[in-house]
Design a protein around this ligand. Sequence first.
Ligand SMILES: Cc1cc2nc3c(=O)[nH]c(=O)nc-3n(C[C@H](O)[C@H](O)[C@H](O)COP(=O)(O)O)c2cc1C
Length: 375
Amino acid sequence: MAQQRHTTNSLAIDVNGMQFDNPFVIGSGPPGTNARSIARCFDAGWGGVVAKTCALSDTPVINVTPRYGKLRSAKANEVIGFQNIELISDRPFEDWEADFRELKASYPDKILIASLMESFHETRWVELTKRCVAAGVDGFELNFSCPHGHPETGMGAAMGQNPMMVEAVTRWVKAAAGNKPVWAKMTPNITDIRVPARAAFAGGADGVSAINTILSIIGVDLQTLRPLPTVEGYSVPGGYSAQAVKPIGLRMVQEMALDRPGAAISGIGGVWKSADAIEFLLLGASTVQVCTGAMLLGYEMVEELIDGLDKFMTDHNFANVRSLVGASLPYFTTHHHLVELQEQKRAATAAARSRDLRWGQTRLQDETAAITSNE
Ligand SMILES: Cc1cc2nc3c(=O)[nH]c(=O)nc-3n(C[C@H](O)[C@H](O)[C@H](O)COP(=O)(O)O)c2cc1C
């Protein structure tokens, strides 16, 4: 059963009626790919899990190997970027239904979110949603954002880049989900993420998640001239994640948070340490998802996330997680205003300096007397 870590503060947060015992959620991907791995997330102390994306069983999903590539820093050889060309779950949907039932029976208090992807057919989305509701999941995340493989057949990011489709699918799922909350997972492979986010909310979404991976080419083998990862001599562009994508994730969360104050946002992208997760919270996320970090550091990384957030809340006197959500947003302004602020500061400094410069023009005693209050 799930371990409860001792903390000075309560890290619990209610998002769309889902009671997370901490805001740290496993993002959809390999860390939550079947009941066994999801149970390990809960046992390690994660507040929730978004399962690997599933579809109805007749959706063809055939993965290739190798399907990952790493970008390392030049000096320390640390993994800073990660690319995958992995598809959604290749498991039959019936297996997922059994897994969801088993997990909710064993972990009734942990939050289990089903991630769904389908073609643009209402009946398919509705069937998938209703069967997940019957299997007991707590909520939904709609994968409008996988950038490789499925977009070739009009799914994933191909839908996420089309606001009309985002709105329609969200509406279909919302109508079939009963009282279960629905988050729409946004693609960063778009000029303005606020446009599909607005479409999701127009379709009834309870929240949005961002970011999914960024379309990328991790490198080229200079011996063979073949792009990476190479499968039988060929490759395709894939999805970029890990530490290098955090600044882009933070910016997109900030944009959506400012566009729709108070919206439920699940922040994702490059979270390695508690400091990264806290940044997402400060910019408007109320939960923070981790995928690649868990793949490379292990499920236990959540211990540092929990301890680090607990300490941060104590040091900064935050009574609960909700009170730090979006706390840094008021400190964004326009560039024009930054220039104005800088000019005001320069003028004030110059004025102070010029006052000091006036000394020495008359008798020192008179100058002293001139600024003495009780002369
Ligand atoms: C190997 C791999 C597989 C992924 N599979 C899925 C998926 O099935 N569904 C989904 O919505 N996102 C998937 N993602 C995207 C992640 O959930 C996450 O949005 C992205 O990787 C950025 O976060 P990170 O830097 O913490 O990994 C996958 C990511 C990786 C690295």
